[in-house]
Design a protein around this ligand. Structure first.
Ligand code: UDP
Ligand code: MG
Length: 327
């Protein structure tokens, strides 16, 4: 069936992890939007090792709707890997990513496409009246601030996954092979003419956020160490400052010894100062460890994700890419 189809102009990429409750509604809303745009499109879902009925629902979509293609992961490799896998198999001149949980209204897609058609190569989005818990918002704020500072890029809302990319940017992303990444930041490094627009944001329709506090902290580290060496440089700078300060302190003690005499009390003050520096040292080892860990992951050269099989793909095309197909 797919062979007769025209090459899609728009590729929609949706990662799904345990989203069985949201998918039917998602499909009901996204299909009319895309059909209404009157150009060939494809919707690529990645099932990121879901343990609920997600895969079953996605397979039935692939059977019933010719435009739907499904990538079945062998396990849970994370949202960004799910998107990357879909990027590699996407064919559209414009690629739009969005979440499966209906937090990003599919009705906004035409707005994003229009921006790419105007000549922008990356369309970011800012969530108007963001509907998330206070905790989730605070975490995102930290991510946004640190990322902008560390990478020297300017983007107001990294977390919103409703984004559009031109083919050129997607091709460049596909050439990257790092094992942990954050797609909006990666895309920003390739963007020549990015733009940000405001979009609506809804509460998560069903289920709960897949991001725990730990995952968010990990994400922040990945962002910092994956896109810049500023933490290492800051740390070296901090080392220089502390040694200068302690040198000044030693000189002060020396002078004091001659003027007032040797000091004996204040041992615990010394402890406090000592612990402070020990803390800084441990923090520094941690930062170095983050980089070493990343290097370790890269040199292992393990596959970033494992596709078990694909559904709804053109057989010849998928076999050429070394994938198993079911129609
Ligand atoms: N997701 C995924 N793999 C994961 C975690 C999440 O594919 O390990 C998908 C999830 O199904 C959703 C999107 O990524 O479509 C965003 O996840 P979520 O809504 O939990 O994140 P939040 O909205 O809290 O940022
Ligand atoms: Mg969500």
């Amino acid at each position: 069936m797919n062979q007769l189809e025209e090459t899609p102009y728009i590729s929609i990429v949706i990662p799904a992890y345990n989203e069985e409750k949201n998918l039917p509604q998602m499909m009901d809303r996204i299909l009319p939007v895309l059909r209404g745009m009157d150009t060939p499109f494809e919707i690529i879902f990645t099932d990121d090792g879901s343990r609920d009925g997600t895969l079953r629902i996605l397979k039935s979509f692939a059977k019933e709707i010719p435009e739907v293609r499904v990538i079945e992961f062998n396990g849970n490799f994370g949202q960004h890997m799910a998107i990357l896998a879909a990027f590699e198999l996407s064919r559209g001149a414009i690629v739009v990513t969005l979440d499966a949980d209906l937090q990003n209204p599919p009705e906004e897609i035409p707005k994003l496409v229009a921006q790419i058609e105007k000549g922008h190569d990356v369309v970011g989005t800012i969530r108007m009246k963001r509907r998330d818990t206070i905790f989730r918002k605070a975490a995102s704020r930290i991510v946004n601030i640190t990322t902008n500072k560390m990478t020297g890029m300017q983007m107001s809302d990294y977390g919103c996954m409703l984004r559009a990319y031109s083919r050129n940017v997607v091709d460049n992303i596909n050439r990257c092979s790092e094992t942990t990444t954050f797609i909006p930041a990666l895309a920003q490094t390739f963007a020549a003419n990015p733009v940000e627009i405001e979009v609506a944001h809804a509460e998560r329709s069903e289920g709960e956020s897949k991001y725990s506090l730990y995952k968010l902290i990990r994400l922040n580290f990945d962002l910092m160490t994956g896109f810049s060496v500023v933490p290492l440089q800051l740390f070296a700078l901090m080392g220089i400052c502390t040694s200068l300060a302690s040198m000044a302190f030693a000189i002060f003690l020396l002078v004091r010894r001659f003027v007032i005499g040797a000091e004996v009390e204040g041992v615990f003050t010394l402890f406090a100062i000592l612990f402070f520096f020990v803390g800084i040292i441990i923090f520094g080892i941690g930062i170095v460890g983050e980089y070493v860990g990343r290097i370790y992951q890269e040199v292992r050269r393990r596959p970033r994700y494992v596709v078990r099989r694909v559904h709804g793909f053109d057989a010849a095309e998928a076999t050429a890419a070394g994938l198993k197909v079911t129609r």
